[in-house]
Design a protein around this ligand. Structure first.
Ligand code: PHE
Length: 349
C-alpha cells in the first residue's frame, strides 16, 4: 500500500473512532492516540523524510490538512460533549426548591423545669430569692443539724443513698440529699445575722421502690423565712397565696397537724383538688384534697444550728413537691414518665 493510501486510511479510522468517543475522557484518549506526540498522524508526518523527493511536498501538505481537519473535528466534538455532560450534571444535581423543607426539630424546656420556673415566679412575687445547695450532701446537714441524730427513728422517713469512700466519720459521711431541708442550714449559716426569705429548689434522692406514684429521684422546692416576728400565720398566708397562684384563685387551703423533727409545730398543707373541685376523684383518692407541702415553724434547735438565737428569731419552713403538682395540673398519671425520656411524653408540654 502506498504511503498516501495508508495516510487516508488513518484519516478514516480517526474519523470513525471519533464517533465512538462518548465522553470527554474518551475524547482525550482519542486525541492522544491520533494527534499526540506519539500519535498516528504525528508518526505519518515523520515518514516524509523516507519518501521519494517528488512525493514529499504533496504528502506533507496532505498530512497537515488532515491534522487540521482532525483538530477541528476534535474541537467541535469536545464542545458537544462538554455541553451534554454539563446538562446531565445539572439535571442530576437539580434541587427542587418547591419541595417542602425538612422541619428542624426544636427542643423545649422539660415539664419539671417549666414547673420549677413557675414556682420561682410565684415565690419571687412574695419576696423569696432562689438559693442553691448541693445534691451530694454531708450527713450532718441532711440529718444531724436538722435535729435528726443517728438512731433517731425519724431517719427511717428518708431511705438514703450513701456515697462510698471519703471521710466515713459520723456526720462527715456523704449522701445524696433525701430532701432539700439541708439547704436551710447552709442558707442560715451564710446569711446570719440578716433576716432571710429563700426558696431552695433541687433534686432529691431516696432509696425506694419506683412506682407509679414515687420515683427515687424527684424535685422539691424548700421554703425558708427567718425574721424577728415570723409566725404560723405568715406560713399559712404564704402557702395560701402560693396555692391561689399555682392552682387557681378561690381554692381553699387546709392545715393538718403533722410531724417533722426540724419543725415545731409541724403541719401538712392541702389544697382543694383541682380536678374535682373538692368533690372527690381518683386523683385526690376521693378525699377532695391534694397535699401541697410539709411545713412548720423552724425548730429552735435548727435555728440555733443555723446561727440564729431562737429567743430572738423565728421562722417557718416548707417543702413542696414539684412533679406531683405538675401531674395534678396536667393529668399525668405516672411519675416515671418524667425521667423516662420518652419524647412522645415530653413533647406534649
Ligand atoms: N423535708 C421534708 C420532707 O422531705 C419536708 C419539710 C420541709 C417539712 C420543711 C417541713 C419543713 O418530707
Amino acid at each position: 500500500m502506498s504511503a498516501f493510501a495508508e495516510l487516508e486510511q488513518v484519516h478514516e479510522a480517526a474519523l470513525a473512532d471519533l464517533k465512538t468517543a462518548l465522553t470527554t475522557q474518551a475524547l482525550d484518549a482519542w486525541e492522544d492516540r491520533y494527534l499526540g506526540r506519539k500519535g498516528e498522524i504525528t508518526l505519518q508526518a515523520r515518514q516524509v523524510g523516507q519518501m521519494a523527493r517528488e512525493d514529499r511536498p504533496a504528502f506533507g501538505r496532505r498530512v497537515n490538512e488532515i491534522k487540521q481537519l482532525l483538530e477541528q473535528a476534535h474541537a467541535s466534538r469536545l464542545e458537544v460533549l462538554r455541553h451534554s455532560e454539563l446538562t446531565e450534571r445539572l439535571e442530576a444535581e437539580a434541587i427542587d426548591v418547591t419541595l417542602p423543607g425538612r422541619p428542624v426539630v426544636r427542643g423545649h424546656l422539660h415539664l419539671t423545669t417549666q414547673t420549677l420556673r413557675e414556682l420561682y415566679d410565684i415565690f419571687a412575687k412574695m419576696g423569696f430569692e432562689v438559693y442553691e445547695a448541693p445534691d451530694v450532701e454531708l450527713e450532718a446537714y441532711n440529718f444531724d443539724l436538722l435535729n435528726i441524730p443517728q438512731y433517731h427513728p425519724a431517719r427511717d422517713m428518708w431511705d438514703t443513698f450513701w456515697v462510698e469512700g471519703g471521710d466515713q466519720q459520723r456526720g462527715n459521711r456523704r449522701l445524696l440529699r433525701t430532701h432539700t431541708s439541708p439547704g436551710q442550714i447552709r442558707a442560715m449559716r451564710e446569711r446570719y445575722p440578716e433576716p432571710l426569705r429563700v426558696i431552695l429548689p433541687g433534686k432529691c434522692y431516696r432509696y425506694e421502690q419506683i412506682t407509679v406514684r414515687s420515683e427515687h429521684q424527684f424535685y422539691q422546692v424548700e421554703g425558708l423565712a427567718v425574721g424577728p416576728r415570723i409566725t404560723m400565720t405568715d406560713l399559712i398566708g404564704t402557702m395560701t397565696e402560693f396555692s391561689h397562684l399555682f392552682y387557681g384563685r378561690d381554692r381553699r387551703v387546709r392545715v393538718r397537724s403533722s410531724y417533722f423533727p426540724f419543725t415545731e409545730p409541724s403541719v401538712e398543707l392541702d389544697t382543694e383538688c383541682i380536678l374535682c373541685d373538692g368533690e372527690g376523684c381518683a386523683v385526690c383518692k376521693y378525699t377532695g384534697w391534694l397535699e401541697i407541702a410539709g411545713a412548720g415553724m423552724v425548730h429552735p434547735i435548727v435555728l440555733a444550728n443555723g446561727g440564729y438565737d431562737p429567743d430572738v428569731w423565728s421562722g417557718f419552713a416548707f417543702g413542696a413537691g414539684v412533679e406531683r403538682p405538675a401531674m395534678q395540673k396536667f393529668g399525668v398519671e405516672d411519675i416515671r414518665l418524667f425521667y423516662g425520656n420518652d419524647l412522645r411524653f415530653l413533647r406534649q408540654f
